[in-house]
Design a protein around this ligand. Structure first.
Ligand code: F3S
Length: 428
């Protein structure tokens, strides 16, 4: 692999043992992938502070330096971790101290995480605590090489912003934060960013948040780990709908990059979404039958209409989603046996608090929660058997994680279920 002089210096220990260990990890990673060089980056997003039993044991043995060495650098050396070399942010993790009396989540995890935040903050990590860093100020520019984790954030960065990142892991983001480097392969390379599948929307209106989630779920099932191009009868989506679309495509498949001609930055036209000189692949149609099939899949675990939990904000809610939820709950009360949580980036929760949205939701009996989500923390209201959500991603994962039933529908249907305690949604 080609290395610059600066990279050789880091590899050889000129910037200390921890940076040398980080370079060692990146080189092993790069060789395994046949990367020819490293990309210089200055934007890392990872989940370093997420509590786990292994992390708790390592911290007890040797403090946070030890935990970082083993988990983020794959090293057994006795290292002192220096400040991050490039701007690095923290993504979602477990629930925090302000959720202690609301969410059944172990106090030991909350304390470990608070400790982790202090350590990583001191080392220069911005504790954004959200799976949507792009909603709260981390907006890489088009063409910028990054090292991000979290599938829903990676697909957004690549597709909506035109930045370049693979779906990284805890170790590679840790090493990237200390070196400002990541192996240059996959989505970093121009030739790997063209469309591979064409999906043609026909005979259905893709307009709502729910519609975009179902289309994303379909696109992921068609494209798998490749790159779908979406064309046809679609209204121009807003950023919240693209957030929802991408999360769903990364759930049913492993999509990290898609194009919508005329909307996403690397596809000014349908032809430009595909590699020059190649034929546009035959279109796979997304019509009424396909839409109904996706809806059926996302609702196949639901059998009881008695809903005891409504979960909104996956990926973490935009301010507009919080505002709409407050609008729908104004002057209402949740059913006595039903809870409603909306997950939000902490920075946006502050805005929601100041705007009065949180107060309206709480007066109705709901909660605006930050930092995490039930899937990430494996925590839902005690006794939950049936939940409802407007997120295709949560409808897909949470039944398997918590062993509960799921209903998937519109925001309006979910809020109605919270108020009545009954599911009455259906495909329209
Ligand atoms: Fe975010 Fe949790 Fe969904 S981390 S993308 S709200 S599964």
């Amino acid at each position: 692999m080609f290395l610059t002089d600066d990279e050789k210096r880091m590899r050889d220990g000129a910037e200390g043992d921890a940076v040398a260990a980080a370079m060692d990890l990146l080189l092993r990673y790069g060789y395994a992938l046949d990367a020819e060089r490293l990309c210089a980056i200055r934007n890392v997003a990872g989940t370093m502070t997420q509590p786990s039993p292994v992390k708790a044991r390592l911290v007890a043995e040797g403090g946070w330096d030890k935990a970082f060495a083993v988990i983020n650098l794959d090293s057994d050396l006795d290292l002192t971790i220096p400040p991050m070399r490039v701007p690095t942010c923290q993504l979602q993790h477990g629930f925090g101290p302000d959720s202690v009396d609301i969410v059944p989540y172990p106090r030991a995890n909350v304390d470990l995480q608070s400790d982790a935040e202090a350590f990583y903050g001191r080392h220069g990590v911005a504790i954004l605590a959200t799976c949507t860093p792009y909603q709260v100020g981390n907006l890489p520019v088009r063409g910028e090489h990054c090292a991000w984790m979290e599938s829903s954030a990676v697909i957004y960065a690549n597709s909506v912003l035109g930045a370049r990142t693979n779906c990284e892991g805890v170790a590679s983001t840790g090493a990237a934060s200390l070196t400002g480097r990541i192996p240059c392969w996959g989505n970093h390379l121009e030739e790997n960013r063209f469309g591979t599948h064409q999906i043609s929307v026909s005979g259905v209106h893709v307009e709502s948040f729910q519609d975009w989630g179902m289309l994303g779920y379909f696109a992921g099932s068609v494209a798998g780990e490749d790159r779908p191009v979406i064309a046809g009868d679609i209204a121009r989506p807003d950023l919240t709908e693209l957030k929802h679309f991408g999360a769903a495509a990364a759930t049913s498949g492993g999509v990290e990059l898609y194009h919508i001609p005329g909307i996403t930055p690397e596809a000014p036209s349908r032809q430009a979404a595909f590699a020059p000189g190649t034929a546009v692949p035959e279109a796979v149609v997304y019509g009424p039958a396909e839409r109904a099939a996706v809806y059926q899949t996302l609702n196949e675990i639901g059998s009881s209409a008695d809903v005891d939990f409504v979960l909104l904000g996956c990926p973490h809610a935009s301010l507009e989603q919080i505002r709409q939820t407050a609008f729908l709950l104004e002057g209402k009360r949740l059913s006595s046996g039903t809870e409603l949580w909306i997950m939000a980036p902490r920075a946006l929760k502050v805005v929601a608090d100041r705007s009065g949205y949180t107060a309206v939701i709480e007066r109705a009996g709901g909660r605006v929660l930050a930092d995490s989500c039930p899937a990430m923390s494996r925590a839902a209201p005690a006794g939950t058997r049936v939940f409802a959500t407007d997120s295709a991603k949560q409808a897909h994962y949470l039944p398997a994680i918590l062993g509960i039933e799921a209903w998937f529908g519109t925001l309006e249907e979910c809020v109605a279920a919270a108020v009545t305690g009954r599911w009455s949604g259906g495909l329209r």
